[in-house]
Ligand binder design. Structure first.
Ligand SMILES: Cc1cc2nc3c(=O)[nH]c(=O)nc-3n(C[C@H](O)[C@H](O)[C@H](O)COP(=O)(O)OP(=O)(O)OC[C@H]3O[C@@H](n4cnc5c(N)ncnc54)[C@H](O)[C@@H]3O)c2cc1C
Ligand code: FES
Ligand code: FES
Length: 457
């Protein structure tokens, strides 16, 4: 039996834990405000907030309910647009959208209202850019976006005076209804849900439910997204270690990653959308083995290692650059799962860069993405690791280029020769993301950009 709170109502259900939350909300609970649009995580019409109890307080994240199984919201507070409605008129978010004509046919509006309320609950509430970013995963076919942008500006301005005690302030100023004040107590009382463990592993579900929604929602699964033992990021014995179920947003906001990678916010904003970054895990990105997986490319360039556990509880370690075996195939054996990923703590001479080029800046997958990490001693490469996606059947680690550059000076001539070796290591194919010639050129240009050089004489 799965227990959770849906708006202001306690739910106990015997439905399969793999059931899609959107279907449960609309079909079982008859809450039709949450819309079913693309069912692929792309439009944001199905956005809900998912609240968890953290140190006796609730923390909310937006998620795409079309890709979320009930198993991932057990013991949580799920908020749909109906759960935000005030008895006495519109919330400030609803009012701003109405005032600026940010709603026409209204199909997308519940998604925008929920995402922007999620933003109001976040720590970056008064920044316009962050408010805009919170709706990067919401699509509107009618308004042309300018009216929505004006509404978002009003919302960000209105939040400038929000106090630290965010929940009380938001309730007092009618962003949230009164019942939110008691949710933390109610979540503390929910007994842990009993979920049968099944054959397949589901992380955030943002890959599985896109590729095989019907099959996945009919199968018994084991749910990894909220497993506490897979949720830690730590510095230990000279390594940075991340649990397999850490999400892209958890990396992006982690103190440790921000300390060593000051540009991480800028890079990770290019990965999917707020909703999907709140769901997509590191392990899910590796195991789906997409040749353009952004997290795969990021961690490959850090020369990362994976800790893999089998059903008997035995662990083995493997280099991430040996994990990808062929198109969408990995080294993972039956009964194994990924526990952890780690890489060496960068030293003072360490440099890292990540680049992603896609047709749209936000909420798009890469045409080509690439990352590099290196350390220099007197301008000589002591260590270097290079990766790129979109140019081979697997997320590519460049072994020959690494060998060539190790011990060489960082200068334009060596990078030029290295770029020829780099291209000889791959054979891109033409597809909807670009011709093979375009991808080769892009790869070469990104390689030069990593070293702040240009590919010109
Ligand atoms: C709209 C949209 C946009 C996207 N944009 C991007 C993007 O810009 N860049 C990008 O890289 N990806 C993108 N993705 C893909 C996806 O979000 C990521 O690959 C994500 O990291 C997948 O993680 P997950 O936990 O949701 O995977 P899931 O769907 O839960 O699982 C994927 C696979 O991993 C397996 N798995 C999960 N955890 C483990 C574990 N611990 N051990 C062993 N196996 C495991 C599952 O069994 C499954 O086979 C996007 C997806 C959507 C829907
Ligand atoms: S229905 Fe489009 S994101 Fe869920
Ligand atoms: S108002 Fe019609 S889709 Fe946004």
């Amino acid at each position: 039996m799965i227990q959770f709170i849906l708006n202001n109502k306690k739910i106990k259900t015997n439905k399969s834990a793999s059931t899609i939350l959107l279907d449960f909300i609309r079909e079982d609970q008859h809450l039709q405000g949450t819309k079913s649009g693309c069912r692929e995580g792309d439009c944001g019409a199905c956005t809900v907030l998912v609240g968890s109890l953290v140190k006796n307080k609730t923390e909310y994240k937006s998620m795409a309910s079309c890709l979320t199984p009930l198993g991932n919201i057990a013991g949580k507070h799920v908020v749909t647009v109906e759960g935000l409605n005030n008895k006495n008129g519109l919330t400030p978010v609803q009012h701003a959208l109405d005032e600026h004509a940010g709603t026409q046919c209204g199909f997308c509006t519940p998604g925008f209202v929920v995402s922007l309320t999620g933003h109001a609950l976040s720590k970056n509430f008064a920044k316009y850019d962050e408010a805009i970013n919170s709706v990067a995963g919401n699509i509107c076919r009618c308004t042309g976006y300018k009216s929505i942008e004006r509404a978002v500006k009003d919302i960000a301005d209105g939040l400038k005076n929000k106090s630290e005690n965010s929940l009380d302030w938001l309730i007092e100023h009618k962003y949230l209804p009164d019942y939110f004040s008691d949710i933390a107590n109610q979540l503390a009382e929910i007994k842990s849900s009993e979920i049968t463990e099944g054959k397949i592993i589901i992380g955030g579900g943002s890959d599985l439910y896109v590729r095989k929604a019907d099959e996945t929602s009919d199968t018994d699964a084991t749910f990894y997204l909220n497993r506490q033992e897979l949720k830690e990021i730590k510095e230990e014995n000279g390594y940075i270690k991340s649990g397999a179920s850490i999400t892209a947003n958890e990396i992006m906001h982690s103190e440790i990653f921000n300390k060593y990678f000051p540009k991480i916010q800028q890079w990770f904003k290019l990965i999917s959308s707020e909703q999907i970054r709140n769901m997509g895990t590191i392990a899910g990105n590796f195991v789906n083995a997409s040749p353009i997986g952004d997290l795969s490319i990021f961690f490959l360039a850090l020369n990362s290692e994976l800790v893999i556990k089998n059903e008997e509880g035995n662990t083995r370690t493997t280099a991430l650059n040996k994990f990808f075996r062929g198109y969408k195939t990995t080294d993972l054996k039956e009964g194994e799962h990924i526990e952890e990923i780690w890489f060496k703590i960068p030293d003072n001479n360490f440099r890292f860069n990540f680049e992603k080029v896609s047709k749209r800046t936000y909420l798009d997958i890469a045409s080509v993405n690439s990352a590099v990490s290196y350390t220099l001693e007197k301008n000589i490469f002591k260590e270097i690791h290079i990766s790129a996606g979109g140019i081979a059947p697997i997320p590519k680690y460049f072994e020959q280029t690494r060998k060539y550059l190790s011990g060489k000076e960082l200068n334009k001539e060596n990078i030029k020769t290295a770029s020829d070796i780099l291209l000889s290591e791959v054979s891109p194919i033409s597809d909807i993301r670009g011709s093979k010639e375009y991808k080769s050129l892009l790869l070469k240009q990104l390689f030069f950009v990593h070293f702040e050089l240009t590919n010109e004489n």
